[in-house]
Design a protein around this ligand. Structure first.
Ligand code: CA
Length: 704
């Protein structure tokens, strides 16, 4: 008996000394105490405040030159790798495209298990921006992943076995999930995407143990009835900012999808939600303005705070009232305390697509400050009295086409920013790209299809103009002082769409680039200290962790994500077969090498001779821009992820082309367009693609 008690006490002591037993034994106390075990990266932004700052410092400004590849793991699929890995007690949990989860030995890269949720590949046609996934959450021995077809799944962290699987969306509508779940208070929080196609956004909270739905908060009001959910309490307030009688929102649901930032704030007891753009984009089509009536369309493009236990509304700040440019506010949110005017303020830091950097009070959503961090032309500034942007009148493209910065790619997108506790600076991947917006005079809401209410000029055919467009795109790593709202330094990266940032106590900032380079900079002044060629675009947020006293840095490399689909344009355009994504992990003295890059170049076949009129080709170009461009690329230049139609075998044969347009390859992700495209229209698109193929063929053969 006494021996039994003693053994039990010893066991208890062991458990207390080592924390909860078993893999991914993470709970709220452990995440709240994340700074006591900096070797782990237990939640999305390392801590609940999501600063993406690590206290580890073995890799530092003095030693970083010795950093080398420790191991590299090849994922099962190509396409965009966007995940922030989670590392707990020597095990890494990470995701690839198609929401596939991998558990790896964090010191060696050895595969422990892989879970494929087997999302139908046709679902890819409902994804605006590729089929990426930004990672898992772990909690009490379980791993949680949201899937591209709208499910939330709990896995056993030891084996990868599925414990429960709940459908979080109406799967008959074009909802997707690409964001990472977050866990706190025993609840798993998950949002969704789909606003380009036509959905109504919301955030759900599920019981982490059972998968039971606990609450739901809709980010746009239900125009027809109460939802019987947490957001009913603000339905009247939100409805007063929409046209209740007209507009495509009555069918689409208005958008406002929360597809990335969900941040749990233990200090103010709030879940912060970054809310997406309107659906359709074009406000006058979505919710036509009525003289004298507010048309801000709450809670589009807002940061909304809700009670994490109940989903009850607390407060909001709308960054882009009456959103009309795809200016989401879903971008990563960092929680911190800043001393402003001698006073400590609990604030959140936010750099949404619209080009401003906001400091917002976490106690009441009051605007503390806002400053432009990139060239933008839609607003002259933010009026600190009203908290509203001072818009440039022409930017709303009401009477005429407007060319506006930022573009729908945003001045900053999902690529995470990082706040260094050492320098007090925020490191932000910033970009400058222009976009032409024209209101679509012939807009018809097509359920399930691309529904923005805007039209955009096809890429000009002459090569010099194309090169000028390409060269006008810029990208920077920006170091920003959030207290004084001013730039500390920047590094010109040439291209846009560069990777997320990580700052460390080693005085370093790590960031990947679109062209595959992965770099370390001095966090104080931006001096480049180290570089490695990851051989594929490095866009996800890097992390750092420690196993057995050795510090590691992890980054993901892949071809894919939004930028590659529509904008390849030679910026990131390998005319090759796609290669699988990789997890590349570095340590001091690491001497591993990446396998030789065997890129298989795709030859351009001689294009078919079509006797199409210039008018038919122009009609085909317009239809291509509306239906095909977002996946197959501006100007039919593939970004190397989905087939380059100029080189597609189906281009050679009108019947095969027609059957493909009518869904013959739905299982591969090419949807059935027959509800929207007649045979004649499909053939006009073929004529346009053939004309582009002829130009490419001539170019390639002239060059030889
Ligand atoms: Ca969007």
């Amino acid at each position: 008996m006494r021996v039994g008690v003693l053994a039990a006490l010893m066991l208890l002591a062991t458990v207390v000394a080592c924390g909860p037993a078993g893999p991914a034994a993470v709970d709220e106390a452990r995440i709240l105490g994340a700074d006591r075990e900096p070797g782990n990266w237990m939640s999305h932004g390392r801590t609940y405040s999501e600063e993406r700052y690590s206290p580890l410092d073995a890799i530092n400004t003095e030693t970083v030159g010795q950093l080398g590849l420790a191991w590299s793991y090849e994922m099962r699929v190509p396409r965009g790798a966007e995940a922030t890995p989670i590392v707990v007690d020597g095990v890494m949990y990470v995701t690839s495209a198609w929401s596939i989860v991998y558990a790896l030995d964090a010191a060696t890269g050895e595969e422990l298990w892989v879970f494929d949720p087997e999302a139908p590949r046709a679902r890819g046609a409902s994804a605006c921006c590729d089929v990426g996934n930004r990672g898992v959450a772990v909690w009490n021995g379980r791993v949680y992943v949201g899937t591209i077809d709208g499910r939330l799944i709990a896995l056993d962290a030891r084996t990868g076995a599925k414990l429960w699987d709940v459908v979080t969306v109406d799967q008959s509508r074009p909802y997707t999930i690409t964001g990472a779940p977050r866990v706190a208070r025993g609840l798993v929080f998950i949002g969704n995407g789909g606003a380009e196609f036509g959905v109504r956004g919301y955030v759900s909270a599920y019981d982490a143990r059972t998968g039971d739905l606990r609450w739901r908060f809709y980010t746009t009001p239900n125009p027809h009835e109460r939802d019987q959910t947490a957001s009913d309490s603000v339905r009247d307030m939100a409805l007063a900012t929409w046209n209740p009688n007209a507009g495509a929102w009555l069918e689409s649901g208005g958008g406002g999808t929360a597809w990335d930032a969900l941040v749990y704030d233990d200090e103010t007891d709030t879940l912060w939600i970054g809310v997406g753009n309107g659906s359709p984009w074009n406000r006058e089509i979505r919710s036509p303005s009525v003289e004298g009536r507010n048309n801000d369309n709450l809670f589009l493009s807002s940061v909304v705070g809700v009670d994490p236990d109940t989903g009850a509304y607390k407060c909001h700040y709308q960054e882009t009232p009456g959103e009309t440019w795809d200016y989401t506010a879903t971008q990563p949110i960092i929680l911190t305390t800043l001393t402003i005017g001698g006073q400590a303020r609990q604030v959140l830091l936010h750099a949404p697509k619209n080009g401003f950097f906001y400091v917002i009070d976490r106690t009441d959503c009051g605007l503390v400050s806002a400053q432009s961090i990139a060239t933008q032309t839609w607003a002259r500034g933010v009026d600190m009295t009203t908290g509203r942007p001072v818009e440039n009148a022409d930017a709303r493209f009401a009477a005429a086409t407007a060319i506006v910065l930022p573009s729908p790619f945003g001045a900053h997108n999902w690529h995470p920013m990082s706040l260094s506790r050492q320098t007090g600076l925020v490191y932000i991947p910033v970009q400058e790209m222009a976009q032409d917006y024209t209101s679509d005079p012939a807009f018809v809401y097509r359920p399930g299809r691309w529904n923005t209410g805007t039209v955009h000029a096809p890429l000009p055919t002459d090569r010099a103009t194309r090169a000028a467009v390409r060269n006008s795109m810029r990208g920077f790593l920006l170091a920003w002082d959030p207290v004084n709202q001013r730039e500390a330094w920047r590094v010109d990266l040439g291209t846009p769409w560069n990777g997320g940032a990580l700052s460390t106590a080693g005085g370093l900032v790590f960031q990947g680039m679109l062209d595959g380079r992965f770099r370390a900079y001095n966090a104080q002044n931006g001096a480049q200290l180290w570089e490695f060629d990851n051989q594929a675009a490095t866009m996800a947020g890097p992390i750092t962790y420690e196993v057995d006293g050795v510090q590691y840095v992890a980054s993901l490399a892949s071809y894919g994500t939004l930028f590659f689909l529509p904008v390849g344009m030679g910026v990131a355009n390998p005319p090759t077969e796609p290669v699988n994504a990789r997890v590349n992990v570095f340590r001091l003295g690491g001497a591993a090498t990446l396998p030789r890059r065997d890129l298989v170049r795709i030859e351009t076949p001689r294009p078919p001779t079509l006797r199409a009129s210039a008018q038919t080709i122009a009609r085909g170009a317009a239809a291509y821009t509306q239906f095909c461009m977002v996946c197959h690329g501006t100007g039919v230049i593939s970004g190397g992820v989905l087939p380059d139609l100029r080189r597609a075998p189906s281009l050679q044969d009108a019947a095969v082309w027609r059957e493909t347009v009518q869904g013959a390859r739905a299982a591969n992700g090419m949807p059935d367009f027959s509800p929207w495209l007649s045979d004649a229209e499909a053939e006009s698109i073929r004529a346009y693609v053939a004309s582009e193929a002829a130009a490419l063929y001539a170019d390639e053969h002239a060059a030889r």
